[in-house]
Design a protein around this ligand. Structure first.
Ligand code: FAD
Length: 322
């Protein structure tokens, strides 16, 4: 059964987030040959972003440009996307399970009196049904869900559904939609960036995470170097954040970010259940810890028992030789 699917795109600093391409791949699967329409909201020229979405599989892109959409607000974006939903009447809607996705999609689903399957990590087609897999109980179990009524609405966890290969020869319809946006009750006047530049933690393919075992702010330097050598991002346990070794924006776990990189290297992290909730679904986990009994070794694919300040420099040297 083919379906028309709407993908809500997301850009940061003028660049589409990778999860948008993953959402298009998910939409292709859900649509089973139906039309994939993408929407991108913002201010200024968004046509190059619309083109990118076509290259990654969208059939049609709706561009909503408005000064009130320069920065994300749930009020402004929900007005814009609701208009597109009314115009297009999709049978399914897919977005990334990002901070914006988590904020926007429940609001839209509520307006449409539709359900929402959030944080899906896999999609399968079974007969007429689309079966979504999502982690529950902090990643300790998985449930499978189907939608039996109304619009099929889902968010997908970044780094789980591979994007289609980019095909720069693909063409599709790009149209700009004029939308009246009511006065917003919340207006973002300025954005002050906290996190350092570099690879975005939630979409990073490689994460080097430090815990209390890193012992100080300076102790994170070898981890930063290893991340640079591997083209990855630095993350942390709450233990390290609480000790003020690094910023809370790096925290991974139950009350921090949930990540699914290809490679997660945990350095001086004991492996508390709340930390595992944020990283145990990583594809390959490497643990470096002095304590051979540390719980992190129970989830690790590779374990190195040793002092991280001796192991990491050796790793960096070896990787540089490759
Ligand atoms: P520790 O448990 O102190 O572990 C440090 C590790 O470093 C030890 O295993 C030690 O052997 C090793 N080590 C020390 N020196 C070295 C060295 N030189 N080389 C190698 N290894 C070394 N935690 C999170 O991470 N994320 C969350 O989102 C989160 N949410 C929470 C929510 C709630 C409600 C609660 C109650 C707790 C939460 N926690 C969370 C905290 C969690 O329970 C742990 O306290 C925390 O994860 C411990 O951090 P850690 O592993 O860095 O520190």
């Amino acid at each position: 059964m083919s379906r028309k699917v709407l993908v809500i795109g997301e850009a940061r600093d003028g660049v589409l987030r990778n999860v948008t391409f993953e959402a298009i791949a998910a939409a292709k699967q859900v649509g089973s040959g139906g039309e994939v329409v993408a929407v991108i909201c913002g201010e200024g020229d968004l046509n190059s972003l619309a083109e990118e979405m076509i290259f990654y599989g969208a059939d049609k892109v709706k561009v909503v440009q408005h000064s009130k959409l320069k920065t994300y607000t749930s009020e402004g974006y929900s007005q814009a996307v609701t208009e597109i939903i009314e115009q297009e009447s999709p049978e399914a809607i897919i977005m990334g399970h990002t901070a914006i996705g988590k904020d926007l999609t429940p609001k839209l689903a509520g307006r449409m009196e539709s359900g929402l399957i959030s944080d899906a990590t896999n999609i399968e087609i079974s007969g007429e049904n689309v079966v979504f897999t999502r982690p529950i109980y902090s990643g300790k179990a998985f449930e499978k869900k189907i939608v039996t009524d109304g619009v099929l609405f889902a968010t997908i966890r970044p780094n789980n559904i591979p994007p289609l290969e980019k095909d720069s020869s693909r063409t599709g319809e790009i149209s700009t939609v004029d939308i009246e946006i009511d006065d917003l009750r919340t207006v973002i006047t300025d954005v002050i960036k906290k996190a350092a530049d570099g690879v975005d933690l939630s979409e990073a393919k490689v994460i080097i995470a430090g815990g209390r075992g890193v012992k100080s702010k300076e102790g994170f330097e070898p981890l930063e170097e290893l991340a640079e050598v591997l083209g990855g991002a630095v993350g942390a346990s709450r233990g390290a954040c609480d000790a003020d070794y690094c910023d809370y924006s790096l925290q991974i776990g139950q009350t921090g970010k949930v990540v699914t990189p290809d490679l997660y290297i945990a350095c001086g992290i004991s492996g508390a259940i709340q930390h595992l909730a944020g990283m145990s679904n990583s594809k390959v986990i490497v643990a470096i810890n002095k304590d051979p009994e540390a719980n992190i070794f129970n989830v690790a694919d590779y374990g190195i028992v040793g002092d991280l300040f001796e192991v990491i420099p050796q790793l960096i040297e070896e990787i540089k030789q490759l």
